[in-house]
Design a protein around this ligand. Structure first.
Ligand code: HEM
Length: 324
């Protein structure tokens, strides 16, 4: 049986984000969110034409549906209809109430629209990016069996130490030095967010280039990640290059840099490590379409093929190649 890795991971990361943000983890709401988020992303790249059947229009409709679900969750919580949830929405609602109580005002810090926008931003920023990064990891590991063997050794050793616990603890996640380098190298080579835009607030000069106030400047993270003066043999997937951390400033831009650094960076890294652990200790897989082209309609750099794989479960008595 063939699995579309990217599709499956998009469903899983969407579920993880929805659980963390608004405690939705099954049923109609999750189905809507899983189906509609992709339309919102596509609309962000589309020509803004509000005509039925255009990508832009579909995106607006999808956004409306998602906002409806978040809005319903907000009203139910305010009416006390839902049991106390531990998620971002609850945080935003209670912090807001608290702030009103402390200042003795009724003026909210965030309007309802702003709360909904924040939740949607998080879903969009966190779902596709993390799913794409993990898909690239599957591809890179498939292409580099020696890296996979080292990673499997680390992860199977860890699994033996933690076999009595069903969930990975933070302690275990921090005990994955090689996997952390696999994550970092995958993010470098894939450059899931290949560039990000900035607006020059004043005239300035950088390395001899004059930039005028008001110009749009794109930070080309992908070119930095593939610059041979920064990374030796930059197109090679080599997690061990981070044994000796590159000291060139601003050379690792997978999560951006400075004041707008990715808010979900640590969560994304944790999700990628848990995924690597489960993948390498439970399954073997073979990528069956090695097409490396990138999806044109993706907001982020993702594989057009979706990275189809065949998968087999590792038998209980499986002995990895490095131990044979
Ligand atoms: C591998 C996965 C991820 C990658 C590669 C990634 C990458 C990035 C990058 C490059 C930026 C900076 C954009 C800029 O400077 O203009 C960014 C911003 C952001 N990311 Fe992520 N991200 C990932 C996962 C997540 C997750 C899981 C979340 C939420 C839980 C998230 C939430 C955000 C938010 C809210 C911002 C905007 C921060 C701001 O402008 O202040 N990201 N991300």
């Amino acid at each position: 049986m063939v699995f579309d890795v990217n599709f499956i991971l998009e469903q899983i990361t969407c579920k993880a984000m929805c659980k963390m943000l608004i405690s939705v983890e099954s049923g109609y709401e999750l189905e809507v969110l899983q189906n509609e988020v992709a339309h919102v992303c596509e609309a962000m790249l589309a020509f803004p034409l509000r005509l039925p059947r255009t990508r832009f229009y579909k995106g607006l409709q999808a956004r409306k549906k998602i906002m409806g679900i978040i809005g319903d969750a907000m009203s139910e919580r305010r009416k006390g209809l839902e049991v106390e949830c531990e998620d971002l929405l609850q945080r935003l609602l209670t912090e807001d109430e608290k702030a009103c109580g402390e200042t003795g005002t009724t003026a909210r810090q965030l309007t309802d629209e702003e709360i909904k926008d924040n939740i949607l931003t998080m879903i969009i920023a966190g779902q596709d990016t993390t799913a794409s990064a993990m898909t690239w990891m599957v591809k890179f590991l498939d292409e580099n069996p020696e890296v996979l063997a080292t990673l499997m050794k680390e992860q199977l050793d860890l699994a033996r130490k933690t076999s009595s616990k069903s969930f990975l603890t933070l302690e275990s996640i921090n005990d994955m030095p090689y996997a952390s380098k696999v994550v970092k190298e995958s993010l470098r080579l894939a450059s899931v967010v290949p560039w990000f835009p900035r607006l020059a607030l004043e005239d300035c000069e950088m390395e001899g280039f004059k930039i005028k106030r008001g110009w749009n400047v794109n930070v080309d993270a992908k070119s930095v990640h593939l610059d041979p003066t920064v990374y030796t043999d930059p197109n090679k997937f080599n997690p061990s290059r981070f044994d000796d951390e590159s000291k060139v400033p601003y050379s690792f831009l997978a999560f951006g840099m400075g004041g707008r650094t990715c808010l979900g960076m640590n969560m994304a890294k944790a999700m990628m490590l848990v995924f690597l652990h489960r993948l390498t200790t439970t399954y073997r897989w073979k990528v069956i379409d090695e097409d490396s082209s990138i999806e044109k309609w993706g907001l982020f750099s993702k594989l057009k093929s979706g990275c189809p794989v065949t998968v087999t479960c590792i038998a209980e008595n499986y002995t990895p190649r490095y131990q044979q």
